[in-house]
Write a protein that binds this ligand. Structure first.
Ligand code: AMP
Length: 210
């Protein structure tokens, strides 16, 4: 199956994508994860991307399209994949079409902006393994370190309150029109993401039909 997860930053796309990924045995490809990895490694692309990420803006279309094109050629994508955080603009969606990708489902996880702000500012992440927690909804066992690799958890720079507001504005203006794009094709399903992770998972799996 080839699935896209749409939704505002912090809507829970990554969490749900991981669950579906395990259930269906297909990889999740997150442009956010790939870009942050490049930032961490200090590659040329990473250094350029950091300027955009830190202010809550989108990285240029050409760069993310290149990342996806390369990633989808890997052999683990042959039986399907989940895209988390791509496409985020109409030109990115058009580029995916040009790559010849036939999508089965586009899942839009819907969460009110106020809930998103609360979620993102409480998010804590592990810079070593990428695990994500929340100070009240999903804390790590000791509330300080990552459960998996014991690294001290940190706040992502782009989860700062003013950056979160910019990211939400960018989402509504640039990414949300993609719902219309995929609705016209009859493959869009919206999922209420304003609940527990388990409730959203149940709704997501129903929407995918698995
Ligand atoms: P995420 O972890 O998906 O919220 O992504 C973090 C940041 O990476 C975003 O705020 C953007 O700056 C950048 N990014 C991730 N995916 C894309 C994309 N498809 N298009 C442009 N920028 C992206």
């Amino acid at each position: 199956m080839k699935i896209i997860f749409l939704g505002a930053p912090g809507a829970g796309k990554g969490t749900q994508a991981e669950k579906v990924s395990r259930k269906l045995g297909i990889p999740t490809i997150s442009t956010g994860v790939i870009i942050r990895e490049a930032v961490k490694c200090g590659t040329e692309m990473g250094l350029k991307a950091k300027e955009f990420i830190d202010k809550g803006a989108l990285v240029e279309d050409d760069v993310v399209i290149g990342i996806i094109k390369e990633r989808l050629q890997k052999s683990d994508c042959k039986d399907g994949f989940i895209l988390d955080g791509f496409p985020r603009t109409v030109p990115q969606a058009e580029a995916l079409d040009k790559m010849g990708v036939t999508l089965d489902r586009v899942i839009s996880i819907e969460v009110p902006d106020e809930v998103i702000s609360e979620r993102m500012t409480g998010r804590r992440v592990c810079a070593t393994c990428g695990a994500s927690y929340h100070v009240s909804d999903n804390p790590s066992l000791d509330g300080v370190n990552c459960d998996k690799c014991k690294t001290e958890l940190t706040v992502r720079a782009d989860d700062a309150p003013d950056v979160v507001l910019s990211r939400l504005a960018v989402y509504h203006e640039t990414t949300e029109p993609l719902k219309e794009y995929y609705l016209k094709r009859g493959i869009l399903k919206t999922v209420d993401g304003n609940g527990s992770v388990e409730q959203t998972s149940k709704r997501t799996l129903e929407a995918i039909g698995v």
